[in-house]
Design a protein around this ligand. Sequence first.
Ligand code: NAD
Ligand code: TYD
Length: 337
Amino acid sequence: MAAMKILVTGGAGFIGSNFIQHIIQEHSNWDITNLDKLTYAGNLENLKDVEKEHRYHFAKGDITDRELIDRLLSPGFDAIVNFAAESHVDRSILDPSPFIETNIKGTQVLLEGVRKYQIPRYIQVSTDEVYGSIDNGSFTEKSPLSPNSPYATSKAAADLLCLAYWKTYRTPIVITRCTNNFGPYQFPEKLIPLATTNALEGKPIPVYGDGLNIRDWLYVVDHCRALDSVIQKGTLGQIYNIGSGNERTNLELIHKLLELLGKPKDLIQFVTDRPGHDRRYSLDVTKISTELRWKPTYSFEESLAATVKWYIKSENWWRRIKSGEYTKYYQKMYHQR
Ligand code: NAD
Ligand code: TYD
């Protein structure tokens, strides 16, 4: 594989940091620059295994900062992978503003940079949530967008901007829409790390509504592998759904986590439902599996068990997070439920 110089944005977050580790391991001649604002979700500890690599560079900054993006992009890159986002639905319900700034404006600033410096490939890391909820069947890439939360709506707007730049200027974008990820370094506001670490602390696990909402869970490394394929082989102007078909109700998933942890079911505490809570997400992944020959390689059961083990072993990592600004968010969030 030819050498590549890549800009990753939001690489200090959950998926971005896993992606950087994956690329460093898999491609010995790829060079990565990570631009991250280091919001509450960005954590350079996630990258301690790669920080000494000469092929890895870090720049602190905001994707909405036009001058910074202009300076950063002028030497040129072979590809940009945009992970930078406000990513949590519950926070978007508390305050949509930063979602509009980063997810929509930030994407547009990056697209302008791609256009100006003729970057040959821009990958927009999007989500299944842009399609909204589906009771039966699965969404294809041609399904209409029908987002419900401020988060999902900001991601859908960014996707539409990417498509508009492709149609209007032939800006070389590819959009990926992935289902729920899990794995190491996920911020403990999301269901799996929140439930796991609360259980480890002997604290209640808040389950929204009846707990029967369904999500499709993909191990983060499989998502990184899919993005790697999209960088190398994805067709410009196209959208690729990414998912695993591991659909579980939230209650099924939490029962499994408690079983793996050897903790009692009475830690489950039903709380008021999330407003506008999507019932089920489900994607048809025929396109990426036929065109790019990608399919998930990790078994759900094994990767979930490995993830739980990682949280057990990485207590210092999550305790530091949970004792910081997080406490204020958690109290505010769960006060309302
Ligand atoms: P995350 O919240 O863990 O990380 C986001 C990162 O972006 C953080 O490092 C943060 O500091 C950085 N960031 C935020 N605003 C920024 C800005 N203005 N400029 C520069 N950096 C900024 O998110 P994640 O779960 O790793 O998700 C990454 C991407 O994948 C997001 O775009 C998200 O929409 C998408 N996605 C996530 C999932 C999932 O299950 N987590 C599923 C599908 C798609
Ligand atoms: P989350 O991890 O926030 O991902 P998303 O909403 O983007 O799919 O939530 C996953 C599911 O778990 C979702 O149906 C909401 C639910 N949930 C709870 O029941 N309790 C919680 O404390 C959290 C954070 C989520």
